[in-house]
Design a protein around this ligand. Structure first.
Ligand SMILES: [Fe+2]
Ligand SMILES: [Fe+2]
Length: 293
């Protein structure tokens, strides 16, 4: 048993160290390695832990707001995806390898799972820069912006390196780029070949990412509140330029709008509360006195 745990630990550590070596210019490896060790120590059963599980725990441990943001993006993108699967199931044909629209609709639970994962992993590259730049509540230096702007590439390379996450690499790489390819960041790696079957994930995550960022006045000190109506108006102004028009079109569905409002207003607050509770548990500072919550 102990030997099995040791082998699992060394496999995970080797894998993650390999990723960190790719990014020696960030100067953040010691902190990341410390976090990896902390997470490994906190796991009691490593038998079924994949790189995917470990990566999510690392984001949670290193930067709560990014963990909550990733959960929000997963939920928002999944809400859009369910409406899209009803209206235009063929958009998921390449992703699922299925042509028949009725069969695609029967695969909605699978679509939901894939889209949520894409949301959870889209900012994984921030693992490489969080402690370097994102803790400051001030205007960033140009060098710091460069590091931040590199997070899609870091995430892409990390996700590409493991079979359990490789299908989420493209959306992590492209989520800050414009739909029409004219602007955004980062520049694409020379050897990158876009897989059109995965475009639907990028298109959903890009909208979901901006929707959470624009409406989160809890976790982002630089956000100013923007109404949902104003946000939809801005999306329509960037129809088929910054955002995929076929995703923006879904916003005329009252059921989807209700779900999004619920996610943005109610579920976000619940997520923050749940996260604080989990952090307290992991820190071992749970309190018996209910009034203290
Ligand atoms: Fe991002
Ligand atoms: Fe993001």
């Amino acid at each position: 048993m102990r030997e099995r745990r040791r082998r699992a630990e060394s496999h995970l550590v080797d894998g993650l160290l390999e990723y960190t070596r790719e990014f020696s210019n960030v100067g953040n490896e010691p902190a990341l390695i410390r976090s990896i060790c902390d997470v490994l120590i906190s796991l009691t059963n490593l038998d079924n832990v994949t790189f995917k599980d470990l990566a999510i725990r690392l984001v949670m441990q290193r930067h709560g707001p990014t963990y909550i943001h990733s959960q929000m993006v997963a939920r928002i993108a999944a809400a859009f995806a369910m409406t899209l699967a009803d209206r235009q199931p063929e958009r998921f044909a390449g992703l699922l390898g299925i042509r028949d629209p009725a069969e695609i609709q029967r695969c909605k639970p699978e679509i939901d799972r894939i889209v949520r994962n894409a949301g959870l992993f889209h900012d994984l590259g921030k693992l490489m820069c969080l402690e370097t730049v994102t803790v400051y509540n001030r205007r960033l230096f140009d060098t710091e912006f460069d590091i931040i702007r590199n997070h899609p590439i870091c995430g892409y390379q990390m996700l590409l390196g493991d079979p359990s996450t490789e299908m989420y690499a493209q959306s992590a790489l492209m989520h800050h780029r414009f739909y029409d390819g004219t602007r955004g960041y980062p520049g694409l790696p020379k050897d990158f070949v876009r897989n059109p079957d995965l475009d639907v994930l990028t298109d959903l995550i890009t909208v979901a990412d901006s929707m959470d960022a624009a409406t989160d006045v809890v976790g982002r000190s630089y956000s100013t509140e923007i109404s949902f109506e104003q946000l939809v108006k801005e999306y329509r102004e960037e129809y088929d330029t910054r955002y995929a028009g076929y995703v923006i079109d879904l916003l005329d569905d009252p059921g989807l709008v209700d779900s999004l409002r619920e996610i943005l207003d109610v579920e976000r607050q619940e997520l923050y509360i749940e996260c604080y509770r989990r952090f307290r548990q992991e820190l071992g500072c749970e309190c018996n006195n209910k009034d203290a919550d």
